[in-house]
Ligand binder design. Structure first.
Ligand code: MAN
Length: 558
């Protein structure tokens, strides 16, 4: 089958508009009828200096330099814009570089749509029904070929398909309207989110100021309290508990040591008695060196004992130490256990209540002032954070965390609002939605305004083919597809997805997503035009032209 030349489709005009068709030479299209009205002579259309007799029109001989005298034969086919350039190399007859002003042989195609057929197809023995459904291009029946008129059937089918396409366009346009409405609502939602997040952040900020103040107050008063003696159940009372236990252990140990000492003193006394007796009763005339040395040592020992100082710690002192602690002896632990360890403020107890509070307040401030300047010890670290301070700090931390997360959400929404979602924000309606198709060993996925992905069917993992960056437009120049699932010709939106996974020994993957009008989102096909550079062809109502509603005045005219 012949390839349809695009040119031949142009200039097609409804067959009914041609009046008095019989008086017009064969093959003349409606817009050229005026040149063939004068039946006395014919002036070549683009070379008017050449005039012929009218009988030379369609006489199967190319007489005009532009070929306009043969609108209904193939005699001037060499001038057809689809024919090779003239004159042919080596030709002696070639005379012109003029192109034929006629676009081709006009088939009226009654019942369908008139069209031009390239002159070279005229009487070539092939029925060119695609262009010439009435078969008039084969009027000479070359080789016995007869092309019946099929315009009724072809026209009917064409009208049916046209109707289908029109309805589909209308449905697509309606879907686009729905998408636009959805996109508007989504935008409003983002704007509302921003407004409410801003309000929440402002509210949290003032709450933060309050909580910060409260925390500082609690901390100050807690520091003051700690400076005064600590809290019941805190580290100090633990220390009191431990000290009490330790003192009791030491007291018990001292008791045992005292008993052992008394035992040893008894034994020393017995030994001293034995040695005293030895010294008094031994015979000095008996020359026993060992006895003599022992007596001598004893005498030295006894002399040194006479010089011995009395111990500083008397038994009476030790007995006092060994006495149980209580209100009248040792440490009164109860005082510390009650948390009232000799409050420095107790001195104000004699004052009337308001004066006492004032005086205590002043003393507190003075104490903190001194602590801040290192004049008195800062005891905060000694006892750690109290429950009250902890609660105040945690409340402050919570509000700070809330502010951070709300702020992040706010920034995210602001970025989203500033993002290019196409004309009238239409792609907002598709955000987060994905479509896919399979091709070869992969499944391919397009997630609108996010990323494109190549998924191995063999389980080798997913490959990022690019992240959405922007929306461009480019001219598409492709043959229309019978199923309508193609880019066709014209300006098309192209979504750019870039900076995908690095290609081995190559660039980072990227994808151009070409859009054409369709009733639903559909990923028609994926191709890899060069290594790691992908092209997706996608149908979506978002790419449909807006159908113009007839204006009020146009309706009135009808
Ligand atoms: C994988 C796929 C292909 C790509 C090569 C490049 O096989 O992502 O699309 O061309 O890697 O090495």
């Amino acid at each position: 089958m012949r390839k349809t030349p695009a040119l031949a489709l142009f200039g097609a005009i409804a067959q009914g508009s041609l009046a008095a068709a019989e008086s017009v030479p064969r093959g003349v299209g409606p817009e050229f009828v005026k040149y063939y009205k004068d039946k006395s002579a014919f002036t070549c259309i683009s070379t008017p200096s050449v005039t012929l007799s009218f009988s030379q029109v369609n006489d199967n001989s190319c007489d005009c330099p532009d070929g306009s005298d043969e609108p209904g034969t193939a005699a001037c086919a060499q001038l057809d814009s689809l024919s090779p350039e003239q004159p042919l190399p080596g030709s002696v007859t070639g005379t012109t570089n003029t192109t034929n002003p006629l676009p081709g042989f006009w088939c009226a195609n009654a019942g369908h749509i008139g069209a031009y057929v390239p002159f070279m197809y005229v009487n070539d023995g092939v029925c060119d029904y695609e262009l010439c459904c009435d078969g008039s291009d084969e009027f000479a029946h070359v080789g016995g070929v007869r092309c019946e008129d099929r315009c009724d059937a072809i026209g009917k089918e064409h009208r049916r398909l046209e109707q289908q396409r029109r309805e589909s366009r209308e449905r697509s346009a309606k879907k686009k309207q729905t998408m636009l409405k959805e996109a508007r609502q989504l935008r409003l939602r983002v704007e509302a989110n921003i407004a409410s997040l801003k309000k929440e952040v402002a509210g949290l900020e003032s709450k933060k100021v309050e909580l910060q103040k409260k925390y500082e107050e609690v901390e100050r008063s807690e520091r003051n309290r700690v400076a005064k003696g600590g809290e019941k159940g805190g580290k100090l009372s633990t220390l009191v508990e431990l000290s009490k236990k330790r003192v009791s252990e030491l007291r018990n140990a001292l008791d045992v040591v005292m008993d052992q000492r008394d035992d040893l003193l008894d034994r020393v006394e017995q030994l001293e008695e034995i040695l005293t007796k030895l010294k008094e009763e031994y015979n000095p005339n008996f020359n026993d060196e060992g006895v003599k040395a022992a007596v001598k040592s004893w005498e030295d020992y006894a002399a040194s004992r006479a010089d011995e100082k009395k111990a500083d710690l008397t038994d009476a002192d030790i007995l006092v130490l060994l006495r149980e602690d209580g209100e009248t002896s040792g440490i009164n632990w109860a005082e510390f256990e009650n948390g009232d360890d000799g409050d420095a403020d107790a001195g104000f107890n004699w004052l009337p209540a308001p004066a006492r509070d004032f005086a205590r307040g002043k003393l507190d401030s003075l104490r903190i002032w001194a602590m801040d300047r290192g004049i008195v010890a800062d005891t905060r670290g000694d006892v750690g954070e109290s429950r009250a301070v902890k609660a105040a700090r945690e409340a402050l931390d919570t509000v700070n965390n809330d502010i951070a997360s709300k702020q992040a959400a706010l920034e995210e929404q602001q970025r989203d609002l500033a993002k290019d979602y196409g004309k009238d924000d239409i792609f907002r309606a598709l955000k987060g939605k994905c479509i896919s198709t399979e091709a070869g060993e992969y499944d391919y996925e397009l997630c609108w305004i996010e990323r494109t992905t190549q998924k191995s069917k063999k389980g080798h993992g997913n490959t990022n083919m690019g992240n959405f960056v922007r929306i461009d437009t480019e001219m598409a120049d492709e043959e229309e597809r019978a199923d309508g699932k193609g880019l066709g010709r014209g300006l098309r939106m192209v979504l750019r997805y870039e900076n995908g996974q690095g290609c081995w020994n190559g660039p980072q993957r990227r994808t151009d997503v070409w859009l054409a009008c369709a009733e639903t989102e559909e990923l028609w096909r994926v191709t890899e035009s060069e290594k790691c550079v992908y092209k997706m062809e996608v149908g979506t109502p978002a790419a449909c032209e807006d159908i113009q509603e007839p204006s009020a005045s146009a309706k009135d005219e009808l």
